[in-house]
Design a protein around this ligand. Structure first.
Ligand code: PMP
Ligand code: GLU
Length: 396
């Protein structure tokens, strides 16, 4: 069968591929430890489960919903943004999507023509560039230096700007680095975007998973002009341990939201009805389970970071948010005779039975990503195995 050029050029998600491979080996009976996926290991809080069950039993979850989402959820999103961002939007400025991933997909579909450019800071989450390419756009990569916590500056962005630049993606706290842009850094970037009429795609999905004394400032809150220039992307997956429910949302410019809704009307019809009712409860119900999970992540981060920096040849600045460690393993690669980080992670899987994600998938060929959205026993044993693997290889 013929495959389109688009399909031939498309790279599948490396995070999902690494996780699928680990599951496959596990199913074959191998003792695989997987720290691949950015997926909280907690079950969805009880009140949210119960709201979903009630929606099923009342019959209201049986039917298609409006493409943009049920009115209760769009209203809940407005109230959520009011509460956590202090910003006022109308329900018409919101769109409920099948995960934040589809909000991003629909957005790139409606803002890009063939050859238009989107600036993507590196390291990047795996789906941005592929989604831009699928929409006919060109991803323009701008490297955030590790010495600057992998963050890009206005100078870096200005260097990459052309007349075709339509948007810049900002993901803070970042997947995969866990780093957070300060308010001043965001203000500078925001003002630059306003001055050049570049849309800010603010992927705020980890905004409530912040540790220590770090603070998350949503870029849209910095000024009215920056807010007008920003499309907020968020969702319930990470904050409420609801990855499988597939509910995300976009909030911003009404014309863009309408166009994205039209894309969704032809692509998905609507996000799953039962999940939308569950998401209403997530956003408007008690928030204490969010704090309980956040504290559990923070505790793991503190313990795991201390262990990871003890692995020979690993260096890692302490992340401030999300649930990933992104150590630089260049020295370990050199010590063990590897020239390519992906061969290293492949061998870790095949020989040490540890599944994690190669930094190459995020544009960072000296790093690996460890997700600490896993239980502590798994994390502790993972570090032991990596350490033993590096020590064994080093002796050769
Ligand atoms: N953005 C980032 C940075 C992510 O890590 C993820 C996780 N998959 C998403 C968006 C999409 O999340 P979801 O589709 O589950 O809402
Ligand atoms: N965002 C998560 C991750 O990076 C889930 C997988 C994905 O959507 O790529 O692991």
């Amino acid at each position: 069968m013929k495959l389109s050029k688009r399909a031939q050029n498309l790279k599948p998600s490396v995070t999902l591929a690494a996780s699928a491979k680990a599951k496959e080996l596990k199913a074959q009976g191998l003792d695989i430890l997987s720290v691949t996926l950015g997926e909280p290991d907690f079950s969805t809080p009880k009140n949210i489960q119960e709201a979903a069950i009630a929606a099923i039993q009342s019959g209201k979850a049986s039917f298609y919903t409006p493409t943009a989402g049920i009115p209760e959820l769009r209203q809940a999103i407005v109230e959520y943004i009011e509460k956590y961002y202090g910003l006022t939007y109308t329900p018409a400025q919101t769109l409920v999507t099948d995960g934040a991933k589809f909000a991003l997909y629909a957005l790139f579909q409606v803002i890009l023509d063939e050859g238009d450019e989107v600036i993507i800071p590196v390291p990047y989450w795996v789906s941005y560039a592929e989604q831009v390419s699928l929409a006919g756009g060109t991803p323009i990569f701008v490297e955030g230096l590790e010495a600057n916590q992998f963050k890009v500056t206005v100078d870096d962005l200005e260097h990459a700007r052309t007349t075709k630049t339509q948007a810049v993606v900002l993901n803070t706290p970042s997947n995969p680095t866990g780093m957070i842009y300060t308010k001043d850094e965001l203000q500078a970037i925001g003002e630059w975007a306003v001055a050049h009429d570049i849309l800010i795609v603010a992927d705020d999905i980890y905004g409530r998973l912040v540790y220590g004394d770090a603070e998350f400032t949503p870029i849209a809150t910095i000024s009215e002009a920056i807010r007008q220039q920003t499309m907020i992307i968020n969702g319930v997956s990470k904050t409420y341990s609801m990855t499988g429910w597939r509910i995300g949302f976009a909030v911003g410019n009404i014309e863009l939201i309408k166009a994205m809704t039209d894309i969704a009307s032809q692509a998905t019809s609507n996000p799953t009805a039962v999940s939308q009712y569950a998401a209403v409860e997530a956003l408007t119900g008690p928030q204490d389970s969010v704090e309980t999970m956040r504290q559990a992540f923070e505790e793991r981060l503190n313990k795991l970071h201390a262990l990871v920096v003890e692995i020979p040849g690993f260096t890692c600045a302490k992340p401030q948010g999300a649930f990933y460690l992104f150590p630089n393993v260049k020295e370990a690669l050199d010590m063990c005779g590897y020239t390519d980080v992906t061969t290293f992670t492949d061998d870790l899987l095949n020989e040490a039975h540890v599944a994690l994600v190669t930094g190459a998938g995020f544009g960072a060929p000296e790093n690996i990503r460890i997700s600490y959205a896993s239980d502590w026993d798994t994390l502790e044993e993972t570090v032991k195995r990596i350490k033993a693997f590096v020590e064994k290889k080093r002796q050769k």
